[in-house]
Design a protein. Sequence first.
Length: 326
Amino acid sequence: MKHMTSLWDYVYKEQINCPMQDHPVLLTEAVHNPIRNRVDTAKIFFEQFNVPALYFAPPPVLSLYASGRLTGCVLDCGHGLSSVVPICEGFAVPHAIQRIDIGGEEITNYFEFLLRKSGCKLNNTSSELEIVRKIKERECELQVIGRGGVSGIGGVGVSGYGADRKKAKFGDEDDQKNNSLFYQYIDEDLNLGDSAGGIGSVSSAANTPKYKLPDGTELSIGSARYRAPEILFNPSIIGAEYGGIQDCIYNCINKCDLDLRKDLYKTIVLCGGSSNIKNFGRRLVTEIQGKVPNAKIKVYAPLERHLTAWIGGSLLSFLEGFRPMW
């Protein structure tokens, strides 16, 4: 908490440069954040910064507000954790919230481990970990598993996927018109990047991506770029004893009322920086369809997923009806 206090103090004095006592503050908090943390934070803002009012909101709820919706299921894949929050008429359903402690940080650490295992000489320093993080954001990619079969690491069974993709529609024309401002559908927003031969051709040695390090040496990524983000859907790879994010969504929606489940499956909103991994949305749709074959599934992928919570909070704080809630 001491470090966060220093950060807030720096933001107020060096960045915002405005009187603290004149402006209410809206803060985001992690899902299932302990009440003690919230009390300590409120004490700091009221006693040290003298703010007139304070409001806590979970980022998934704000992300749904940013999309112009009040009901939906929000998957938030952040730096340290991934959470699934069902929201009905603007309010989260607390008993159905699911969370796993796997996010971008775990993917980066596992990616570094795979690179070392493949022969790359990396020191365990913060600067080199930052380089690994940049490589992850640029090169990592998820496999899209087709119904025709599941391939090994670095390739995808595309035989059944091409035909299914022609039949599958993730939204009708009316939905596309209504959401063109904020969203693109999965088949447009997340480019698979496969050629006629499928992703299997990408895994060939000739097309293996290379990354140039600051010292001039070239780092060959190899299959590590597929294997690292796989822990989001299969945490057992790193020894975790719980299911992946697809299981979180399935369990979350099943804990909600029966009449609400259909709407939740039709409105799954992605947010958080870790959801920007290539093919994330397509893989998610495939995994959920495997669990609920008869459900109509729509996944909405904002173009600026790491900013949707901020956008939603900004919109919420300017509403007239929100003022009594401070």
